[in-house]
Design a protein. Structure first.
Length: 387
């Protein structure tokens, strides 16, 4: 029975990981096409389960939200993104339940998490936001506690952690709308999406048998983990740059890179550029920072890119020399593509396909590092014993 469950987990985790990657890409497309507030309510869109599609529904939508006129070409993107996110949530729930197979208490905790999350959404729609938030916190905590209690290998426990992250992602999606694209929330939503993909990707490669026969590569783990941490920080900087509309703070074309505004390090307002919380009620669509603050954000993002490029470039060389040739090549290839896409964003003035691909390549680079981490770890069976 354990073998059959693990086989199902292998294919289901792969499906969920691929689906999560597609959702990351589509989420980037929604954000970069300025459709993040195209549905001013949540989880409905102008009160509709889908989105207004007929003249009467559009008239009702405009009357209900006079400050946010209905835009059909944007609203469908946001609502489809929510539907896809809900589908991924169902996949991850199924994955978590399978990973906790025959562990009654853990299964009850996961089922309780799903029920609390659903009730929390219903209460939010009724306007009871404090109770909704409390239930959501409980729905997040239960899978995390269950993962700690589950006596199974990391890949199995990661499936439970992914469920908690998915619930938190739903909350961030809600706050993205209700807090009017607040940069810290938008950036957190991006990081949550990347984390979900990384967790599911890790589970997929471990269930697929990606591991090490012994501990000979154990010394590389810390180096790979440091690479993941550095990349996560850079992704956060990228999200902060995008959510503050600072991607073109240096202009675009040949004069915008490698220099910025004609200087190697132009003056910038680093204090204003990195204030994380600016209160409630401010509409951040289009950005509120001045040129100096946006320039500061852009320059820190470029500095972070240089640090990550140097470290991951060195790490990929180290991986090849230690016998992980394909892992090193994958990291190096994704790294070079990511840098070229970043430069292309500036040179061509942030075209939507290139900007979306920049997000997707960040996810693939993260996956390459996560898969490399799995390749340095020994295999465990379902009981937790080293094989």
């Amino acid at each position: 029975m354990s073998f059959r469950v693990e086989k199902i987990l292998r294919w289901l985790s792969l499906l969920a990981a691929v689906f999560a990657f597609g959702l990351v890409m589509f989420g980037a497309f929604v954000r970069l096409s300025n459709a993040g507030l195209s549905c001013p309510d949540w989880p409905t869109c102008y009160g509709e389960t889908t989105w207004p599609q007929h003249a009467q529904a559009v008239a009702r939508a405009d009357a209900a939200f006079p400050d946010r006129p209905y835009e059909a070409h944007k609203a469908w993107r946001e609502q489809v993104h929510r539907m896809l996110a809900g589908t991924l949530g169902v996949l991850v729930l199924a994955l978590a339940l399978l990973a906790a197979w025959r562990r009654r208490r853990v299964l009850l905790a996961l089922a309780g998490s799903a029920v609390l999350a659903a009730v929390g959404v219903a209460m939010y729609m009724r306007g009871e936001r404090h109770w909704s938030s409390l239930l959501a916190v409980c729905a997040i905590a239960l899978p995390l506690a269950a993962a700690l209690a589950l006596r199974r290998p990391a890949a199995w426990r990661v499936c439970l952690v992914a469920l908690g992250v998915i619930v938190f992602q739903a909350m961030l999606g809600m706050w993205t709308v209700t807090l009017l694209l607040k940069p810290i929330v938008v950036t957190g939503h991006l990081l949550g999406g990347m984390a979900t993909f990384a967790l599911l990707g890790y589970a997929a490669v471990r269930f697929a048998g990606v591991d090490a026969p012994d501990d000979a590569l154990a010394g590389l783990r810390r180096l790979v983990i440091l690479g993941i941490v550095l990349l996560a920080c850079q992704i956060a900087l990228g999200g902060w740059t995008s959510s503050n509309y600072a991607a073109l703070a240096c202009g675009f074309g040949d004069a915008a890179f490698p220099k910025c505004l004609g200087q190697w390090w132009p003056p910038g307002d680093y204090h204003q550029g990195f204030i994380l919380w600016r209160g409630i009620g401010v509409d951040f669509e289009g950005g509120i920072l001045d040129q100096s603050a946006r320039t500061a954000i852009q320059m820190v993002h470029r500095l972070g890119a240089l640090v990550v490029f140097c470290y991951l470039g060195w790490l990929s060389h180290r991986l090849v020399r230690r016998g992980l040739r394909w892992c090193g090549i994958a990291v190096a290839a994704a790294l070079v593509c990511q840098v070229l896409l970043g430069i292309s964003n500036v040179h061509f003035g942030l075209p939507l396909p290139v900007a979306t691909a920049h997000n997707g390549m960040a996810a693939l680079l993260l996956f390459a590092l996560v898969a490399t981490l799995a390749r340095t770890q020994r295999r465990h069976d379902a009981a937790g014993a080293v094989r």
